[in-house]
Design a protein around this ligand. Structure first.
Ligand code: PXL
Length: 278
């Protein structure tokens, strides 16, 4: 069987994010994706009006009970947006069930200095605990400050501040940290990597003057796909950044509404070839 990845995220029907990104991206490079939906929403919560939202806490519990009977083989567990703190316990339990699988936690809590509405203090607290069970954590700057219980600081950032955040996040989680949305000056934006016993790395690219919903989800999914495709960590990160940037440029060229999310699908062939390149 292909490598199986359990993706634990919401299904937002309209406005690409979470499962409507991770499913096509990971499937495109031949991985088998098993979705574990945390919530069902009519749209994401980022500017499309008040979404219908069904929290799937109880369903997750029943789905996991059934899966336990099947003894599924799992290569990676990837968690993103959750709608209720109790879901983080279920996810943590699931992580323990598959100690040899890769555990990627994208601690989806907010962006641009604001935490998403409807996320409780308890949820943020439980997210810290889940991050401590991860192998790789992918916070953006807003999430990094929230996880560390520090007030948000606006960029540009000094390199020393980025290293400080990476070290504190590592101390808290003992996980590899991919910190996104890092910028030291107005022309560049990128990702900082912290791995145990390695010098931290900064991967920067040109900063684009526009924004699209779901870029964090696209980055994390594309990173995971490349990484499971045997790319080294920094290379997988670079592929994810290139694919995200290309998708933003393509969406902007096609006048996409930023709330509808990225038009990444036409660029999947390029993503596949980046993953396949030696
Ligand atoms: O892209 C992050 C995200 C995921 N899922 C839902 C969201 C958001 C961000 O707003 O609302 C439901």
């Amino acid at each position: 069987m292909n490598q199986n990845v359990i993706c634990i995220q919401d299904l937002s029907c309209f406005g690409k994010c979470s499962l409507t990104i991770s499913l096509p991206v990971l499937s495109s490079i031949g991985l088998s994706v098993t979705p574990l939906p945390t919530a069902l929403l009519s749209t994401h919560t980022g500017g499309l009006g008040k979404p219908y939202m069904l929290d799937l806490c109880d369903s997750m519990h029943e789905i996991l009970n059934h899966w336990r009977e099947l003894d599924l083989s799992v290569s990676a567990l990837y968690s993103g947006y959750v709608s209720h703190a109790a879901q983080l316990n279920e996810i943590s339990h699931l992580f323990s069930q598959y100690p040899d699988a890769l555990h990627l936690v994208d601690p989806v809590l907010g962006d641009h200095g604001h935490l998403y509405a409807s996320l409780s203090e308890e949820l943020i607290w439980e997210m810290r605990r889940l991050c401590a069970k991860a192998d790789i954590v992918t916070p953006n700057m807003t999430e990094a400050y929230a996880l560390l219980q520090e007030p948000y600081c606006e960029g540009p950032y000094r390199e020393g501040e980025i290293i400080r955040l990476l070290e504190k996040l590592y101390q808290m989680t003992q996980a590899t940290i991919l910190l996104t949305g890092v910028w030291l000056n107005n022309s560049e934006l990128g990702c900082a990597i912290y791995e145990a016993n390695q010098t931290p790395q900064l991967l920067m690219r040109e900063r684009l003057p526009y924004h699209f919903h779901g870029t964090g989800d696209l980055f994390a999914s594309a990173f995971l796909g490349a990484y499971l495709h045997q790319k080294a960590l920094a290379n997988a990160c670079d592929i994810a950044m290139r694919f995200t940037t290309m998708s933003m440029e393509y969406s902007e060229r096609h006048h996409a509404d930023e709330r509808y999310g990225l038009m990444f699908e036409p660029l999947l062939p390029q993503y596949i070839s980046m993953c396949k390149q030696k």
